[in-house]
Design a protein around this ligand. Structure first.
Ligand code: GLN
Length: 487
């Protein structure tokens, strides 16, 4: 029973159902792997061994009782620390929420718990999910299991590194501008950002509310599907949740993509992109052709505006969302007899430099006299970006592109240069601005042995197509099964 922790979601569920091992065995193996590797990798802000083992025992007891069993019974997962789970702290990687215990559980997590999952703990994130490397976490930086001098990507870097290092079969993340897809790419795992509104945001600590989505990271498309089917669906507790039937994605075993039209946008193969990234992504597109797809160029002409538009809209929304952290209702309070000074001191001490930068940018963009020129203008261009996608999806079924211009960069590599960090997001932001789903999965390695990811984007609510295409690819390739050496 060695190395149960390296099982994929699919293999773990089969083993549990067959009785090859119990949820306690599996959960114990994951906790042992965390104990062994996390001191070096630092994926977890808080592992919860006691709660996890108790939940595993409850799952095993449920299985012994028999009858109709929930689909994920006994499966261990990790949860990004921007999602509320009752009984666990939720810090969003920020000092201002140090020790904060939310009194309720996020809907996405609640549905997974109802389906039987066991939560191993909360994973590291850039503070309030603002970043692309986990270096903005107020607590520590997570290390990439493929090379511990490299970042795991971000902001869901803790989740991505934990899945890659085989500390958990799957993990939840959030994606506002790439935070599931980019770390999935940097760590060589599969990550889904669903359509905006597909998975409830209730219980997700808000960053940019018109962009925020809750996503999943796991080994392959099949594994991601198992969790997505459970998490997605309408939730009256989130006013932006789409009132549509819950998905029931069933991946077909055959690996043919006959009839599928793949679009390749030239705007995503720009100068400055690492040559090996372009090579590997183009090779993967060729592979889709071999599987029966037709490939054609498409245009997304407003792509170049996605970065400035996002870095106006996301900070604007963040500046409003983060106004609630004032020392009164949540987390940290720096005492001062003068209440206004108390607000100021608390926010000054509680927020890190990147969060402060974004609050200032956002407040400026929303202020009287600048609103129309910045925020208003950005909203108009956002519409143009969304229309680019609608037009492209009249010609093709999916769009294939790199996830990020480079593979994982060195820890500290972007130093104090926020713009260099923002540029990492250039290929992931458009899907959030348009609200379309995106799936990242590994398609090879660069010369330094770092994973390269490809991104598929699809029509609103067509996650199934993306998952099916990646599944077909993963049935004929093995990049998603590669394991980082340290293990
Ligand atoms: N890196 C982007 C940012 O810093 C996206 C983060 C995210 O998706 N949460 O805002």
């Amino acid at each position: 029973m060695s190395d149960l922790s390296s099982l994929s979601v699919t293999a773990a569920l089969i083993g549990l159902a067959r009785g090859d091992f119990t949820s306690r065995d599996l959960t114990h193996a994951c906790l042992a792997a965390i104990l062994k590797h996390d001191p070096e990798l630092r994926c977890f802000l808080a592992a919860e061994p006691e709660m996890a083992l108790a939940a595993a025992d409850a799952a095993d007891a449920r299985r012994r009782k028999g009858g109709d069993l929930p689909p994920l019974l006994g499966l261990p997962i990790a949860v990004k620390d921007v999602l509320a789970v009752e009984g666990m702290t939720a810090t969003a990687g920020s000092r201002i929420l140090s020790g904060f215990q939310p009194p309720y559980t996020a809907t996405a997590v609640r549905r997974l718990l109802d389906a039987g999952v066991v939560i191993l703990g909360k994973t590291n994130t850039d503070e309030f999910a603002m970043g692309s490397s986990t270096e903005n976490s107020a607590f520590f930086t997570t290390h990439n299991p493929w090379n511990t001098e490299r970042v795991p990507g971000g902001s869901s870097g803790g989740s991505a590194a934990a899945v890659a290092a085989r500390l958990t079969p799957a993990a939840l993340g959030s994606d506002t501008g790439g935070s599931v897809r980019q770390p999935a790419s940097f760590c060589g795992v599969t990550g889904l950002k669903p359509t905006y509104g597909r998975v409830s945001r209730y219980g997700l600590i808000a960053y940019g509310s018109s962009l925020d989505t809750v996503g999943v990271l796991a080994r392959g498309a099949e594994d991601v599907t198992a969790l997505f089917n459970v998490m997605a669906g309408h939730d009256p507790l989130d006013a932006t949740s789409a009132d549509r039937p819950a998905p029931d994605v069933r991946l077909s075993a055959g690996a043919t993509l006959k009839g599928l039209r793949v679009g390749v946008p030239e705007e995503y193969f720009i100068e400055g992109i690492q040559p090996e990234v372009e090579e590997r992504v183009r090779a993967a597109i060729e592979e889709l052709k071999t599987l029966g797809a037709t490939v054609q160029p498409v245009n997304l002409p407003h792509t170049k505006y996605a970065l400035p538009v996002y870095y106006l809209i996301a900070p604007a929304e963040a500046s409003a969302n983060l106004a609630r952290f004032d020392g009164v209702r949540y987390g940290l309070r720096v005492e001062n007899e003068d209440v206004i000074e108390m607000f100021k001191d608390t926010r000054g001490a509680g927020f890190g430099p990147e969060v402060i930068r974004r609050i200032m940018l956002g407040t400026y963009a929303l202020s009287a006299g600048y609103y129309d020129a910045y925020y208003g203008q950005a909203q108009k261009v956002r519409t143009l970006i969304a229309r680019d996608f609608l037009a492209a999806f009249e010609q093709v079924d999916v769009i294939a592109a790199p996830v990020a211009p480079t593979t994982a960069f060195k820890i500290g590599g972007h130093g104090d240069d926020p713009l260099a960090m923002y540029l990492e997001d250039v290929f992931t932001l458009p899907a959030n601005l348009a609200g379309v789903p995106g799936l990242a999965f590994p398609v090879g390695f660069d010369a330094a042995g770092l994973p390269v990811g490809m991104q598929l984007m699809g029509r609103h609510f067509e996650e199934e197509t993306l998952l099916q295409v990646a599944h077909a690819y993963q049935q004929t390739t093995d990049w998603h099964t590669r394991v980082p050496e340290h293990k």
